[in-house]
Design a binder for this molecule. Structure first.
Ligand SMILES: [Cu+2]
Length: 265
């Protein structure tokens, strides 16, 4: 039993050298600062997103940058403290049966690590809320498009000029540039997510309810439409294209669609 006794005998602090010595703050702060700056530079300089094709895109990208700048130092702070602690107070051979000193509470520390994240979180959430509300402000003369997701395709329905709730269907999305679109998104089966990365806007398509968002396409071109919610085996193929075109060109396309719809009746 002597061996047990031996193994549970705590080495005195400083006895073997490695327990002693104060925390070396300067290198820690230097490592933290350099890592934060590198992380922020990477987060901000890398082009994570495709071309901006809506009036919303710029504000969303700025929001992203602000979140990166705020999150990276927090992440670095936590990781630096964790990794340094693991290294400095790691278990040495012969200490397997030992327990750490009993510690009970540290009011000042607990107040700090509760208050700081709370303030940071509430500020970022408020800012994000204001941005997300602002960018979807309704504009006069907007158009409606009903978007219906199903395994594994999107269909787009435009209100017919004939009125009476009639609609014109299309399997790709066509939009006139410079006009706000209000998307009404629905699903026929499971949950999908209607995402146009170039517009930066996305929302779930949920069976039984209609979700919405507004986007203001402001750049002519063809951009991918993606399903951003794992919806089954064909999820990765659930893509289509949005064609943002000159208003005159859009009108011509739409007139043709209306004509075709009439003829097929
Ligand atoms: Cu899907």
């Amino acid at each position: 039993m002597a061996s047990v006794e031996e193994s549970t005998k705590a080495p005195e602090a400083g006895e073997s050298g490695h327990r002693g010595g104060p925390v070396r703050w300067l290198p820690l702060i230097a490592i933290g600062l350099v890592s934060s700056l590198l992380g922020i530079a990477l987060g901000v300089l890398i082009d994570w997103f495709p071309v901006q094709a809506s009036a919303q895109a710029d504000d969303i990208d700025t929001l992203w940058d602000v979140l990166v700048v705020a999150s990276v130092p927090m992440f670095v702070l936590v990781q630096t403290v964790v990794l340094y602690s693991v290294y400095k107070w790691r278990m040495r051979p012969g200490e397997e049966g030992l327990d750490g000193p009993p510690i009970h509470g540290n009011t000042r520390l607990e107040i700090i690590w509760t208050a700081l994240p709370a303030i940071l979180l509430v500020s970022l959430v408020s800012y994000a809320y204001v941005v997300l509300t602002d960018i979807e402000e309704a504009q006069a003369g907007s158009m409606k498009v009903r978007v219906v997701g199903e395994q594994f395709l999107w269909t787009y329905y435009y209100p017919s000029p004939e009125g009476g709730g009639k609609e014109v269907a299309a399997d790709q999305l066509y939009l006139p540039v410079g006009k706000q679109v209000e998307f009404e998104i629905q699903s026929k089966d499971v949950i999908h997510d209607f995402w146009v990365p170039a517009f930066r806007m996305k929302v779930d398509a949920v069976r039984g309810i209609t979700t919405r968002y507004r986007a203001d396409p402001d750049r002519v071109g063809d951009y991918p439409v993606v399903c951003a919610e794992l919806c089954g085996l064909g999820h990765a193929t659930m893509r289509s294209t949005v064609h943002v075109m000159d208003p005159a060109e859009f009108d011509r396309w739409f007139a043709t669609q209306v004509q075709e719809a009439k003829e097929s009746q």
